[in-house]
Design a protein around this ligand. Structure first.
Ligand code: MN3
Length: 234
């Protein structure tokens, strides 16, 4: 799992990324990670014309940054609660930690499973990833139809996600509402499309289907396969 997180850029877990905040607090607060916004692996305009530069800039520098900040805040507040022995707001900050932690994880995944069209983005899955897609969905085309339908049908803000489930070695497509709901434990996202309006509204307005159709032109299949292999440990 740690290897996978590192691959998609949610790294700096452990000692290198931790701040000794606990030592600044009384009691037994423990240490915390200072989460940071990962750089995009390409310029803001690299996914044009399918995803416009202004959307990418706002999405990465404002929206993703807000999830990073919100996650740090929630974890600090929970540590402060431990130090003070006052858990009055534990439900509130636990929910904030899940929402913002989900947002940080999924956006980091999202940036990395996209690439400029023709330079890693688009085309078709190959290798082990293709084998498992064909085994578990019947064909690449059936997989794409299922994934697109799941994305189109997300109620409100959320994601369509391809997961690998280590318990039985299967791929599965699921939706997420917001950043973290409808998630079954034990299934690990290896690919996803953000269908919050902030991901497409400037260019596509309410035409989510057009955005989804365009998005396939920037999918970085090689990275999706690396994510798959990382969670499979092979
Ligand atoms: Mn988003």
């Amino acid at each position: 799992m740690l290897r996978f997180l590192g691959l998609i850029g949610v790294g700096t877990l452990g000692a290198a990324g931790s701040k000794a905040l606990g030592q600044q607090l009384t009691g037994h607060a423990g240490e915390l990670t200072e989460h940071t916004l990962p750089p995009l692996p390409y310029p803001y305009d690299a996914l044009e014309p399918y995803i416009d530069a202004r959307t990418m800039e706002l999405h990465h520098s404002k929206h993703h940054q807000a999830y990073v900040d919100g996650l740090n805040r929630a974890e600090r507040e929970l540590a402060a609660a431990r130090a003070a022995g006052d858990f009055t707001l534990v439900e509130y900050w636990s929910k904030k930690a899940a929402f913002n932690g989900g947002g940080h994880f999924l956006h980091t995944l999202f940036w990395h499973i996209m690439a400029p069209p023709g330079q890693g983005g688009g085309g078709e899955p190959s290798g082990l990833l293709r084998q498992l897609i064909e085994r578990d969905f019947g064909s690449v085309e059936a997989f794409r139809r299922h994934f697109s339908a799941a994305a189109l049908a997300v109620e409100g803000s959320g994601w369509a996600l391809l997961h690998y489930r280590p318990a039985d070695g299967r791929l599965l497509i699921l939706q997420a509402e917001n950043q973290h709901k409808l998630t079954p434990w034990g299934a690990i996202p290896i690919m996803g499309i953000d269908v919050w309006e902030h991901a497409y509204y400037l260019k596509y307005q309410n035409r989510r289907r057009e955005y989804i159709d365009a998005w396939w032109n920037v999918v970085n299949w090689a990275q999706v396969e690396r994510n798959l292999r990382a969670v499979m440990g092979r």
